[in-house]
Design a protein around this ligand. Sequence first.
Ligand code: SF4
Length: 359
Amino acid sequence: MNGCTRKRLLIIPFFLRNRGCRHRCVFCNERIIAGNAPPVTEDFMRQTVSACLAGRGGRYDRREIAFYGGSFTGMPRDEMQDLLDMASALIAQGAVHSIRVSTRPDDIDEARIRILASKGVSAVEIGAQSMDDGVLRKSERGHTTEDVRRAVRLCRDRGLETGLHLMAGLPGESRLSFEASVAETIRIAPDTVRIHPVIVFRDTQLARLYEQGEYRPLSLEDAVTWCKTALARLTRARIAVIRLGLQATEEMEREGSILAGPWHPAFRSLVESELFRDMALELLEKSGADSSGNVFHVAPADLSSFNGPGGRNRALLQSRLGGRPVAARPDPAVPRGALQLRDGRNEYGTSIAEAAARV
Ligand code: SF4
């Protein structure tokens, strides 16, 4: 099942490759990003949802059908209505609870939001990509940052959950400009954010710019650093970052699909590992790095981020402890994103949200 989960929420995605797109943004190759997504017919949707319910999907409190790819509200109205009717029939049967769609900010207006709300849509994910008008122009997005603000306002006024998509490393984007986009996102306060570092896919305008030496992608190291700051700041602002990095598809793994860029199939875990490394070093410093009996406590789901890729974080911590092994205990009492260090007498704690003050 190709679904993503959040707080007992199961998202069942259907990809509408480039449907509703009026033009092609410089970085976009949905053939690679969406993989071999089949056409979304009524039968396909029913079968996918049934298979999901027969598997682990039945265990979730909420199940949502998501229409991703393209620009949902940019499609002709009858196509949009047909898809919403198929999905809302499954809501009526109790198979799913709601619908989410992703769309462009300039394809949102009162009339279209009314249709969405009347058919059971509860969340709208808006492709902002950047909150810098110069960067949007260079990426040939065809909308402005004001369109993003207006779209979020309209959706929120209708009681819809809002999500923003951001990218890191767009043409003309500096770290400062990316951080300003994150700051503006925090000001707009959507419910959720997704961030994807820009990857140079074949058959895109960006690929041509890259080959002509007019675009240089971020290194993986820089992409992790930029996104680490963003994750910490958004977490502190209580905005859920529901995805960092693109989901791997078979097409992405195919030779020649990716020309350049900070591609990693587990990008989020790289970012979180760096944050946990920084947090662990900070706690060691607070406690006195050579005190004996140090035991880190971490939420079980964060243990691999604490350890780092290939145990890299643990090796670094061990060297800071003069070669003594690092004790780490998965502890269900510790919240996700938090880290505690206990040395027998004292307890020190920090979290990803607190890390925002230092990154
Ligand atoms: S609007 Fe989205 S799906 Fe359409 S071309 Fe641009 S990035 Fe691709």
